[in-house]
Design a protein around this ligand. Structure first.
Ligand code: HEC
Ligand code: HEC
Length: 213
């Protein structure tokens, strides 16, 4: 792709983004437990029953998983969503054949290896990461309850054949997970930090990886 076509497709995306405010936000994603810093697992030690403690720890971690920075990339359909209100991606992207985007309009056409600032636009930056792509269909989270997300995330048939140890590693080390706390100007990060999320997931596994109802 030449610089000129890239500039043109970005211009089209930005022009269309002006219409975004008129679109209704997607609703029905998992409710989060309110604001404030991400709690550490130790703050749940007063829950004597390990099963109940495990559920409460996952519910706390779900404040990250259901944050727009994560869930925009784990949508219900094969189309990513954008922004704090999780409106459909502008221009509409359909990653049906490949998580990297349709032939001719790969995600990497616009999403570079790093976040990129945009001067003089309402959009302050375009998010970027070398691994930018949509989460697979089996890992869709939008529209699910926290309990449903939990059961799906620990189901090896749907989570990319990951063991509990793999999940801790993915949450703690994956590049796209890490991007959420460095999302570029104009976007808010989820609560806590990537190591704090990994520590909560490890505590959830230690207490039996129980899921909220
Ligand atoms: C740019 C898109 C993108 C963003 C942003 C993103 N993910 Fe993902 N996520 C993916 C992709 C792609 C995979 C599949 C990776 C694989 O299987 O190797 C995935 C897989 C996962 C998995 C594997 C298990 C499963 O069932 O989903 C977890 C857990 C996960 N992501 C957590 C997160 C969390 C937590 C955040 C935010 C802090 C996040 N992701 C943000 C794209 C994204
Ligand atoms: C034509 C350019 C273009 C293409 C192609 C493109 N994007 Fe985007 N994308 C953008 C722009 C510009 C933004 C920033 C818009 C905003 O923040 O309002 C964005 C934002 C996003 C966001 C929102 C991040 C957040 O948390 O707010 C996600 C998720 C996303 N894109 C995923 C994808 C995926 C996955 C693909 C490929 C299947 C893709 N995009 C292809 C231009 C593009």
């Amino acid at each position: 792709m030449t610089k000129r076509t890239l500039a043109l497709s970005l211009a089209a995306a930005l022009a269309a983004a002006g219409l975004v405010a008129a679109l209704a936000p997607i609703t029905g994603y998992a409710e989060t437990s309110g604001g404030g810093p991400l709690k550490a697992a130790s703050e749940f030690s007063s829950i004597a029953d390990a099963k109940e403690r495990s559920k409460a720890i996952f519910a706390e971690a779900s404040r990250v998983l259901t944050h727009p920075r994560c869930i925009n990339c784990h949508p219900a359909t094969r189309s990513p969503t954008q922004g704090e209100d999780m409106h459909p991606h502008v221009p509409l992207m359909i990653a049906a054949d490949s998580s990297m985007g349709p032939a001719g309009l790969a995600c990497s056409t616009c999403h570079g290896a790093e976040n990129r600032g945009i001067v003089g636009s309402r959009l302050k930056s375009i998010p970027g990461n070398a691994h930018w792509q949509l989460a697979p269909e089996s890992m869709a989270w939008q529209g699910l309850t926290v309990g449903e997300i939990c059961r799906q995330v620990k189901d090896a048939e749907r989570n990319g054949n990951r063991s509990h140890a793999d999940l801790i590693k993915h949450m703690g080390e994956d590049h796209l997970v890490g991007w959420a706390w460095h999302p570029g100007e104009g976007r808010s990060p989820p609560p806590g930090s990537q190591p704090e999320l990994a520590a909560l997931i490890a505590a959830w596994v230690d207490t039996g990886a129980e899921c909220p109802d």
